[in-house]
Design a protein around this ligand. Sequence first.
Ligand SMILES: Cc1ncc(COP(=O)(O)O)c(C=O)c1O
Length: 466
Amino acid sequence: MLHSGQVPQRYPAGRGGNPFATVANPVLAQRVAPPLHALAEDPVPAEVAWQLVHDELMLDGNARLNLATFVTTWMEPQARLLMAECVDKNMIDKDEYPQTAEFEQRCVNILADLWHAPDPAEVVGCSTTGSSEAGMLAGMALKRRWAARQPVGSPRRPNLVMGINVQVCWEKFCNYWEVEPRLVPMAGDRLHLSAAEAAARCDENTIGVVAVLGSTFDGSYEPVAEIAAALDRVQERHGWDIPVHVDGASGGMVAPFLDPDLVWDFQLPRVASINTSGHKYGLVYPGVGWVLWRHRTALPEDLIFTVNYLGGNMPTFALNFSRPGAEVVAQYYTFFRLGRGGFRAVQQAARDVATYLAGQMAAMGPFRLISRGDQLPVFAFTTTDQVSAFNVFDVSRRLRERGWQVPAYTFPAERTDLAALRIVVRNGFTHDLADLLLTDLARLLPELHAQPGPLRSAPGATGFHH
Ligand SMILES: Cc1ncc(COP(=O)(O)O)c(C=O)c1O
Protein backbone atom coordinates (compact mmCIF):
# COMPACT_ATOMS: atom_id res chain seq x y z
CA MET A 1 0.00 0.00 0.00
CA LEU A 2 2.90 2.35 0.66
CA HIS A 3 3.74 4.66 -2.26
CA SER A 4 0.91 3.33 -4.37
CA GLY A 5 0.39 6.80 -5.79
CA GLN A 6 -3.33 6.86 -5.10
CA VAL A 7 -4.90 10.17 -4.18
CA PRO A 8 -6.99 10.60 -1.04
CA GLN A 9 -10.64 9.87 -1.36
CA ARG A 10 -13.31 12.53 -0.93
CA TYR A 11 -16.86 11.46 -0.45
CA PRO A 12 -19.10 12.78 -3.21
CA ALA A 13 -21.31 15.69 -2.21
CA GLY A 14 -24.64 14.64 -0.84
CA ARG A 15 -23.49 11.23 0.30
CA GLY A 16 -24.08 9.77 3.70
CA GLY A 17 -24.73 11.59 6.91
CA ASN A 18 -27.44 10.83 9.39
CA PRO A 19 -29.36 14.12 9.40
CA PHE A 20 -29.99 13.77 13.11
CA ALA A 21 -26.30 13.24 13.83
CA THR A 22 -25.47 16.12 11.54
CA VAL A 23 -27.65 18.42 13.54
CA ALA A 24 -26.43 17.03 16.84
CA ASN A 25 -22.77 17.06 15.91
CA PRO A 26 -21.63 19.19 13.02
CA VAL A 27 -18.26 17.43 13.05
CA LEU A 28 -19.93 14.38 11.59
CA ALA A 29 -21.33 16.41 8.72
CA GLN A 30 -17.94 17.02 7.22
CA ARG A 31 -17.50 15.21 3.93
CA VAL A 32 -13.99 14.11 4.60
CA ALA A 33 -12.41 10.73 4.24
CA PRO A 34 -9.23 9.92 6.14
CA PRO A 35 -6.17 9.72 3.87
CA LEU A 36 -5.21 6.15 3.00
CA HIS A 37 -2.35 6.55 0.57
CA ALA A 38 -1.35 10.20 0.22
CA LEU A 39 -1.83 13.53 1.93
CA ALA A 40 -4.94 15.49 1.08
CA GLU A 41 -4.37 18.89 -0.42
CA ASP A 42 -6.16 20.83 2.32
CA PRO A 43 -6.14 20.70 6.09
CA VAL A 44 -9.26 19.67 7.97
CA PRO A 45 -10.45 21.16 11.25
CA ALA A 46 -8.75 19.61 14.25
CA GLU A 47 -12.00 18.33 15.75
CA VAL A 48 -12.88 16.56 12.51
CA ALA A 49 -9.50 14.83 12.29
CA TRP A 50 -9.75 13.95 15.97
CA GLN A 51 -13.25 12.54 15.63
CA LEU A 52 -12.46 10.38 12.61
CA VAL A 53 -9.19 9.03 14.00
CA HIS A 54 -10.86 8.45 17.36
CA ASP A 55 -13.72 6.59 15.69
CA GLU A 56 -11.41 4.30 13.73
CA LEU A 57 -9.63 3.43 16.96
CA MET A 58 -12.86 1.97 18.30
CA LEU A 59 -11.93 -1.11 16.28
CA ASP A 60 -8.87 -1.74 18.44
CA GLY A 61 -9.21 -4.24 21.25
CA ASN A 62 -9.60 -3.00 24.80
CA ALA A 63 -6.06 -2.81 26.23
CA ARG A 64 -7.16 -3.78 29.75
CA LEU A 65 -8.70 -7.00 28.39
CA ASN A 66 -5.52 -7.78 26.47
CA LEU A 67 -4.26 -10.78 28.42
CA ALA A 68 -1.58 -11.39 25.78
CA THR A 69 0.60 -8.44 26.60
CA PHE A 70 3.15 -8.01 29.37
CA VAL A 71 3.07 -4.26 28.82
CA THR A 72 1.43 -1.91 31.31
CA THR A 73 -2.16 -0.98 30.55
CA TRP A 74 -3.04 0.94 33.69
CA MET A 75 -1.34 3.81 35.48
CA GLU A 76 -2.55 6.27 38.05
CA PRO A 77 -3.94 9.65 36.93
CA GLN A 78 -0.94 11.38 38.54
CA ALA A 79 1.42 9.34 36.37
CA ARG A 80 -0.58 10.21 33.27
CA LEU A 81 -0.43 13.86 34.28
CA LEU A 82 3.35 13.77 34.59
CA MET A 83 3.64 12.00 31.28
CA ALA A 84 1.45 14.64 29.62
CA GLU A 85 3.65 17.34 31.18
CA CYS A 86 6.76 15.70 29.71
CA VAL A 87 5.39 14.59 26.36
CA ASP A 88 7.52 17.19 24.59
CA LYS A 89 10.82 16.24 26.20
CA ASN A 90 13.46 14.41 24.22
CA MET A 91 15.49 12.11 26.44
CA ILE A 92 18.68 12.82 24.51
CA ASP A 93 18.54 16.57 25.25
CA LYS A 94 20.30 16.12 28.55
CA ASP A 95 21.59 19.68 28.51
CA GLU A 96 18.11 21.12 28.05
CA TYR A 97 16.35 18.72 30.44
CA PRO A 98 18.90 18.06 33.16
CA GLN A 99 16.31 17.01 35.69
CA THR A 100 14.92 14.33 33.39
CA ALA A 101 18.52 13.14 32.94
CA GLU A 102 18.90 13.15 36.71
CA PHE A 103 15.75 11.01 37.07
CA GLU A 104 17.22 8.52 34.59
CA GLN A 105 20.38 8.26 36.67
CA ARG A 106 18.36 7.86 39.89
CA CYS A 107 16.42 5.00 38.27
CA VAL A 108 19.72 3.30 37.32
CA ASN A 109 20.90 3.72 40.93
CA ILE A 110 17.66 2.23 42.26
CA LEU A 111 17.91 -0.76 39.91
CA ALA A 112 21.57 -1.33 40.84
CA ASP A 113 20.51 -1.49 44.49
CA LEU A 114 17.51 -3.69 43.75
CA TRP A 115 19.69 -6.12 41.80
CA HIS A 116 22.38 -6.27 44.49
CA ALA A 117 25.24 -4.69 42.58
CA PRO A 118 28.27 -5.30 44.81
CA ASP A 119 29.69 -1.86 44.04
CA PRO A 120 26.86 0.47 42.93
CA ALA A 121 29.33 3.27 42.14
CA GLU A 122 30.87 1.04 39.45
CA VAL A 123 27.55 0.15 37.78
CA VAL A 124 26.82 1.67 34.39
CA GLY A 125 23.36 1.63 32.91
CA CYS A 126 20.82 3.55 30.88
CA SER A 127 17.21 3.70 29.82
CA THR A 128 16.18 2.26 26.46
CA THR A 129 12.99 1.99 24.44
CA GLY A 130 12.37 -1.44 25.92
CA SER A 131 14.01 -4.76 26.60
CA SER A 132 14.70 -5.36 22.90
CA GLU A 133 17.00 -2.36 22.64
CA ALA A 134 18.42 -3.19 26.08
CA GLY A 135 19.19 -6.73 24.88
CA MET A 136 20.86 -5.40 21.72
CA LEU A 137 23.12 -3.16 23.81
CA ALA A 138 23.99 -5.94 26.24
CA GLY A 139 24.64 -8.34 23.36
CA MET A 140 26.90 -5.80 21.63
CA ALA A 141 28.92 -5.42 24.82
CA LEU A 142 29.30 -9.21 25.08
CA LYS A 143 30.38 -9.46 21.47
CA ARG A 144 32.88 -6.58 21.76
CA ARG A 145 34.43 -8.12 24.89
CA TRP A 146 34.84 -11.45 23.12
CA ALA A 147 36.27 -9.75 19.99
CA ALA A 148 38.83 -7.88 22.08
CA ARG A 149 40.28 -11.24 23.15
CA GLN A 150 40.65 -12.51 19.57
CA PRO A 151 43.81 -12.11 17.49
CA VAL A 152 43.51 -9.40 14.81
CA GLY A 153 41.88 -10.78 11.65
CA SER A 154 40.66 -13.94 13.37
CA PRO A 155 38.05 -15.73 11.21
CA ARG A 156 36.24 -17.13 14.24
CA ARG A 157 32.49 -16.69 14.47
CA PRO A 158 30.99 -15.70 17.83
CA ASN A 159 28.00 -17.55 19.25
CA LEU A 160 25.41 -16.85 21.92
CA VAL A 161 23.87 -19.71 23.93
CA MET A 162 20.23 -19.49 25.05
CA GLY A 163 17.02 -21.48 25.26
CA ILE A 164 14.76 -21.67 22.22
CA ASN A 165 12.14 -20.01 24.41
CA VAL A 166 13.98 -16.65 24.28
CA GLN A 167 12.00 -13.69 23.07
CA VAL A 168 12.47 -12.82 19.40
CA CYS A 169 14.73 -9.86 20.30
CA TRP A 170 17.61 -12.31 20.89
CA GLU A 171 17.19 -13.89 17.48
CA LYS A 172 17.12 -10.37 16.06
CA PHE A 173 20.32 -9.52 17.91
CA CYS A 174 22.08 -12.55 16.46
CA ASN A 175 20.79 -11.79 12.98
CA TYR A 176 21.63 -8.07 12.99
CA TRP A 177 25.02 -8.41 14.70
CA GLU A 178 26.12 -11.61 12.96
CA VAL A 179 26.36 -13.87 15.94
CA GLU A 180 25.50 -17.55 15.69
CA PRO A 181 22.41 -18.25 17.82
CA ARG A 182 22.81 -21.51 19.74
CA LEU A 183 19.23 -22.21 20.68
CA VAL A 184 18.72 -25.09 23.10
CA PRO A 185 15.51 -26.90 22.13
CA MET A 186 12.83 -27.83 24.64
CA ALA A 187 12.58 -31.49 25.65
CA GLY A 188 9.62 -33.19 27.29
CA ASP A 189 8.57 -31.13 30.30
CA ARG A 190 11.70 -28.97 30.16
CA LEU A 191 10.32 -25.85 28.54
CA HIS A 192 13.27 -23.55 29.16
CA LEU A 193 17.08 -23.56 29.39
CA SER A 194 18.81 -25.91 31.84
CA ALA A 195 22.30 -25.46 33.25
CA ALA A 196 23.62 -28.71 31.74
CA GLU A 197 22.26 -27.93 28.27
CA ALA A 198 23.67 -24.39 28.36
CA ALA A 199 27.14 -25.53 29.43
CA ALA A 200 27.19 -28.32 26.84
CA ARG A 201 26.75 -25.82 23.98
CA CYS A 202 29.50 -23.41 25.00
CA ASP A 203 32.92 -23.22 23.40
CA GLU A 204 35.78 -20.73 23.19
CA ASN A 205 33.70 -18.53 20.82
CA THR A 206 30.69 -18.22 23.13
CA ILE A 207 30.22 -14.52 23.89
CA GLY A 208 27.73 -15.25 26.66
CA VAL A 209 24.73 -17.20 27.87
CA VAL A 210 21.32 -15.52 28.08
CA ALA A 211 19.19 -16.68 31.01
CA VAL A 212 15.58 -15.53 31.02
CA LEU A 213 13.64 -14.49 34.11
CA GLY A 214 11.04 -15.54 33.19
CA SER A 215 10.16 -17.26 30.00
CA THR A 216 7.78 -15.53 27.62
CA PHE A 217 6.10 -18.83 26.82
CA ASP A 218 4.97 -19.87 30.28
CA GLY A 219 6.27 -17.34 32.83
CA SER A 220 8.75 -19.80 34.38
CA TYR A 221 12.10 -18.61 35.75
CA GLU A 222 15.23 -20.11 34.23
CA PRO A 223 17.75 -21.41 36.81
CA VAL A 224 20.22 -18.53 36.62
CA ALA A 225 22.32 -19.60 39.64
CA GLU A 226 22.64 -23.16 38.31
CA ILE A 227 23.59 -21.85 34.88
CA ALA A 228 26.26 -19.62 36.44
CA ALA A 229 27.60 -22.55 38.50
CA ALA A 230 27.76 -24.77 35.40
CA LEU A 231 29.74 -22.03 33.63
CA ASP A 232 32.12 -21.87 36.61
CA ARG A 233 32.84 -25.55 35.99
CA VAL A 234 33.30 -24.88 32.27
CA GLN A 235 35.88 -22.25 33.16
CA GLU A 236 37.70 -24.63 35.52
CA ARG A 237 37.80 -27.32 32.84
CA HIS A 238 38.54 -25.27 29.70
CA GLY A 239 39.57 -21.82 30.87
CA TRP A 240 36.67 -20.10 29.01
CA ASP A 241 35.27 -17.25 31.11
CA ILE A 242 31.73 -16.98 29.74
CA PRO A 243 29.52 -14.20 31.14
CA VAL A 244 25.79 -14.49 31.78
CA HIS A 245 23.31 -11.85 30.70
CA VAL A 246 19.97 -12.05 32.50
CA ASP A 247 16.97 -11.07 30.40
CA GLY A 248 14.78 -9.92 33.27
CA ALA A 249 12.30 -8.21 30.93
CA SER A 250 9.51 -9.10 33.35
CA GLY A 251 11.14 -10.95 36.25
CA GLY A 252 13.68 -8.20 36.91
CA MET A 253 10.82 -6.24 38.44
CA VAL A 254 9.01 -9.18 40.05
CA ALA A 255 11.65 -11.39 41.70
CA PRO A 256 13.24 -8.62 43.83
CA PHE A 257 9.89 -8.04 45.54
CA LEU A 258 8.28 -11.48 45.62
CA ASP A 259 11.25 -13.86 45.63
CA PRO A 260 13.89 -12.13 47.77
CA ASP A 261 15.65 -15.44 48.49
CA LEU A 262 16.08 -16.33 44.84
CA VAL A 263 19.67 -15.62 43.79
CA TRP A 264 19.62 -14.59 40.15
CA ASP A 265 21.13 -11.10 39.91
CA PHE A 266 24.48 -9.34 40.45
CA GLN A 267 24.97 -11.44 43.58
CA LEU A 268 26.26 -14.00 41.09
CA PRO A 269 29.69 -12.76 40.00
CA ARG A 270 29.17 -14.30 36.56
CA VAL A 271 26.14 -12.10 35.83
CA ALA A 272 27.64 -9.29 33.76
CA SER A 273 24.49 -7.44 32.76
CA ILE A 274 20.72 -7.40 33.29
CA ASN A 275 17.88 -5.85 31.33
CA THR A 276 14.30 -5.20 32.27
CA SER A 277 11.28 -3.56 30.66
CA GLY A 278 10.16 -0.57 32.69
CA HIS A 279 6.97 -0.86 30.69
CA LYS A 280 6.20 -4.40 31.89
CA TYR A 281 6.30 -5.13 35.62
CA GLY A 282 8.12 -1.80 36.04
CA LEU A 283 4.52 -0.58 35.79
CA VAL A 284 5.05 2.20 33.21
CA TYR A 285 3.22 2.70 29.91
CA PRO A 286 5.24 1.72 26.80
CA GLY A 287 8.13 2.29 26.02
CA VAL A 288 10.91 2.27 28.49
CA GLY A 289 13.48 -0.38 29.28
CA TRP A 290 16.68 -0.54 31.29
CA VAL A 291 20.05 -2.22 30.98
CA LEU A 292 22.76 -2.29 33.64
CA TRP A 293 26.31 -3.66 33.67
CA ARG A 294 27.69 -4.80 36.99
CA HIS A 295 30.94 -2.97 36.41
CA ARG A 296 32.10 -0.41 33.88
CA THR A 297 34.67 -2.91 32.60
CA ALA A 298 31.79 -5.07 31.32
CA LEU A 299 30.84 -2.28 28.88
CA PRO A 300 33.71 -1.62 26.42
CA GLU A 301 34.54 2.08 26.28
CA ASP A 302 34.53 2.19 22.48
CA LEU A 303 30.77 1.55 22.40
CA ILE A 304 30.06 4.74 24.31
CA PHE A 305 29.35 8.07 22.63
CA THR A 306 29.24 11.42 24.33
CA VAL A 307 26.57 14.10 24.13
CA ASN A 308 26.84 17.64 25.34
CA TYR A 309 25.50 17.97 28.85
CA LEU A 310 25.50 21.13 30.97
CA GLY A 311 28.44 22.36 28.99
CA GLY A 312 30.28 19.10 29.60
CA ASN A 313 30.14 15.66 28.06
CA MET A 314 27.68 12.95 28.99
CA PRO A 315 28.32 9.32 27.96
CA THR A 316 25.43 7.64 26.12
CA PHE A 317 24.92 4.16 24.76
CA ALA A 318 21.77 3.73 22.68
CA LEU A 319 20.62 2.68 19.24
CA ASN A 320 18.34 5.65 18.73
CA PHE A 321 19.24 9.28 19.29
CA SER A 322 15.86 10.84 20.09
CA ARG A 323 13.58 9.07 22.52
CA PRO A 324 10.64 10.20 24.66
CA GLY A 325 11.52 11.43 28.14
CA ALA A 326 8.01 11.01 29.59
CA GLU A 327 8.35 7.29 30.29
CA VAL A 328 11.59 7.79 32.19
CA VAL A 329 9.90 10.44 34.34
CA ALA A 330 6.98 8.05 34.85
CA GLN A 331 9.40 5.29 35.91
CA TYR A 332 10.94 7.57 38.50
CA TYR A 333 7.47 8.58 39.70
CA THR A 334 6.52 4.91 40.08
CA PHE A 335 9.67 4.11 42.06
CA PHE A 336 9.08 7.15 44.27
CA ARG A 337 5.36 6.52 44.68
CA LEU A 338 5.44 2.79 45.46
CA GLY A 339 8.71 2.12 47.22
CA ARG A 340 9.55 -1.49 47.99
CA GLY A 341 6.35 -2.07 49.93
CA GLY A 342 4.14 -0.72 47.17
CA PHE A 343 5.88 -2.77 44.49
CA ARG A 344 5.59 -5.86 46.67
CA ALA A 345 1.87 -5.27 47.15
CA VAL A 346 1.19 -4.68 43.44
CA GLN A 347 3.21 -7.68 42.25
CA GLN A 348 1.77 -9.92 44.97
CA ALA A 349 -1.75 -8.93 43.93
CA ALA A 350 -0.93 -9.91 40.34
CA ARG A 351 0.57 -13.23 41.47
CA ASP A 352 -2.47 -13.93 43.68
CA VAL A 353 -4.85 -13.35 40.79
CA ALA A 354 -2.70 -15.45 38.44
CA THR A 355 -2.46 -18.43 40.80
CA TYR A 356 -6.16 -18.19 41.64
CA LEU A 357 -7.11 -18.06 37.96
CA ALA A 358 -4.78 -20.95 37.12
CA GLY A 359 -6.27 -23.06 39.92
CA GLN A 360 -9.82 -22.33 38.78
CA MET A 361 -8.96 -23.15 35.16
CA ALA A 362 -7.45 -26.47 36.22
CA ALA A 363 -10.59 -27.27 38.23
CA MET A 364 -12.85 -26.76 35.21
CA GLY A 365 -11.94 -30.17 33.81
CA PRO A 366 -10.94 -29.78 30.19
CA PHE A 367 -7.72 -27.87 30.89
CA ARG A 368 -4.25 -28.90 32.03
CA LEU A 369 -1.84 -26.32 33.46
CA ILE A 370 1.62 -25.96 31.93
CA SER A 371 2.60 -23.37 34.54
CA ARG A 372 0.79 -22.02 37.60
CA GLY A 373 1.44 -18.25 37.68
CA ASP A 374 3.60 -18.62 40.80
CA GLN A 375 6.76 -17.20 39.22
CA LEU A 376 5.87 -14.46 36.75
CA PRO A 377 2.14 -13.78 37.25
CA VAL A 378 1.69 -15.56 33.93
CA PHE A 379 0.46 -19.05 33.20
CA ALA A 380 -0.01 -21.29 30.20
CA PHE A 381 -2.53 -24.09 29.88
CA THR A 382 -3.74 -26.52 27.29
CA THR A 383 -6.59 -28.95 26.78
CA THR A 384 -6.42 -32.39 28.36
CA ASP A 385 -5.97 -35.51 26.25
CA GLN A 386 -9.66 -36.33 26.76
CA VAL A 387 -10.81 -33.22 24.88
CA SER A 388 -11.37 -33.89 21.18
CA ALA A 389 -14.24 -31.50 20.34
CA PHE A 390 -12.20 -28.29 20.46
CA ASN A 391 -8.67 -26.99 20.77
CA VAL A 392 -6.93 -23.99 22.30
CA PHE A 393 -7.40 -21.94 19.13
CA ASP A 394 -11.18 -22.40 19.39
CA VAL A 395 -11.09 -21.25 23.01
CA SER A 396 -9.07 -18.16 22.09
CA ARG A 397 -11.47 -17.22 19.29
CA ARG A 398 -14.60 -17.71 21.37
CA LEU A 399 -13.22 -15.65 24.27
CA ARG A 400 -12.52 -12.86 21.81
CA GLU A 401 -16.26 -12.57 21.18
CA ARG A 402 -16.57 -11.12 24.68
CA GLY A 403 -13.51 -8.90 24.26
CA TRP A 404 -11.00 -11.10 26.13
CA GLN A 405 -7.75 -11.39 24.22
CA VAL A 406 -6.13 -14.66 25.25
CA PRO A 407 -3.54 -15.84 22.73
CA ALA A 408 -3.17 -19.45 21.65
CA TYR A 409 0.11 -20.61 20.17
CA THR A 410 2.27 -23.63 19.54
CA PHE A 411 5.54 -24.17 21.36
CA PRO A 412 8.86 -24.19 19.46
CA ALA A 413 11.18 -27.11 18.58
CA GLU A 414 11.11 -29.92 19.99
CA ARG A 415 7.63 -29.29 21.44
CA THR A 416 5.70 -28.11 18.40
CA ASP A 417 3.15 -30.76 19.35
CA LEU A 418 2.16 -28.58 22.31
CA ALA A 419 -0.41 -25.83 21.72
CA ALA A 420 -1.33 -23.61 24.64
CA LEU A 421 -3.23 -20.56 25.83
CA ARG A 422 -1.39 -18.00 27.93
CA ILE A 423 -2.69 -15.43 30.38
CA VAL A 424 -0.57 -12.51 31.59
CA VAL A 425 -1.91 -10.95 34.77
CA ARG A 426 -0.88 -7.33 35.18
CA ASN A 427 -1.54 -4.51 37.59
CA GLY A 428 -5.22 -3.66 37.21
CA PHE A 429 -6.41 -7.17 36.39
CA THR A 430 -8.48 -7.63 39.50
CA HIS A 431 -10.08 -10.67 41.13
CA ASP A 432 -13.37 -9.25 39.87
CA LEU A 433 -12.22 -9.29 36.24
CA ALA A 434 -10.71 -12.76 36.76
CA ASP A 435 -14.10 -14.04 37.96
CA LEU A 436 -15.81 -12.50 34.94
CA LEU A 437 -13.34 -14.27 32.66
CA LEU A 438 -14.00 -17.58 34.43
CA THR A 439 -17.77 -17.09 34.15
CA ASP A 440 -17.48 -16.41 30.43
CA LEU A 441 -15.29 -19.46 29.89
CA ALA A 442 -17.65 -21.69 31.87
CA ARG A 443 -20.55 -20.41 29.76
CA LEU A 444 -18.70 -21.23 26.55
CA LEU A 445 -17.64 -24.73 27.47
CA PRO A 446 -20.94 -26.56 26.67
CA GLU A 447 -20.90 -25.02 23.18
CA LEU A 448 -17.25 -25.94 22.69
CA HIS A 449 -17.91 -29.50 23.84
CA ALA A 450 -20.81 -29.70 21.35
CA GLN A 451 -18.55 -28.96 18.38
CA PRO A 452 -17.98 -31.89 16.02
CA GLY A 453 -14.25 -31.26 16.34
CA PRO A 454 -11.76 -28.38 16.43
CA LEU A 455 -12.77 -25.57 14.08
CA ARG A 456 -9.48 -23.72 14.06
CA SER A 457 -5.94 -24.86 13.56
CA ALA A 458 -2.63 -23.26 14.49
CA PRO A 459 -2.23 -20.00 12.59
CA GLY A 460 1.38 -20.92 11.78
CA ALA A 461 4.23 -22.36 13.72
CA THR A 462 4.95 -20.28 16.80
CA GLY A 463 3.90 -16.98 15.33
CA PHE A 464 4.01 -15.68 18.86
CA HIS A 465 6.54 -13.15 19.95
CA HIS A 466 5.17 -11.07 22.83
C1 LIG B 1 11.78 -12.30 28.12
C2 LIG B 1 11.57 -11.13 27.21
N1 LIG B 1 12.64 -10.51 26.68
C3 LIG B 1 12.50 -9.44 25.86
C4 LIG B 1 11.27 -8.96 25.51
C5 LIG B 1 11.16 -7.77 24.60
O1 LIG B 1 10.82 -6.67 25.38
P1 LIG B 1 10.31 -5.28 24.82
O2 LIG B 1 8.93 -5.51 24.33
O3 LIG B 1 10.37 -4.39 26.03
O4 LIG B 1 11.24 -4.83 23.73
C6 LIG B 1 10.12 -9.58 26.04
C7 LIG B 1 8.78 -9.11 25.67
O5 LIG B 1 7.79 -9.71 26.01
C8 LIG B 1 10.28 -10.69 26.92
O6 LIG B 1 9.22 -11.31 27.45
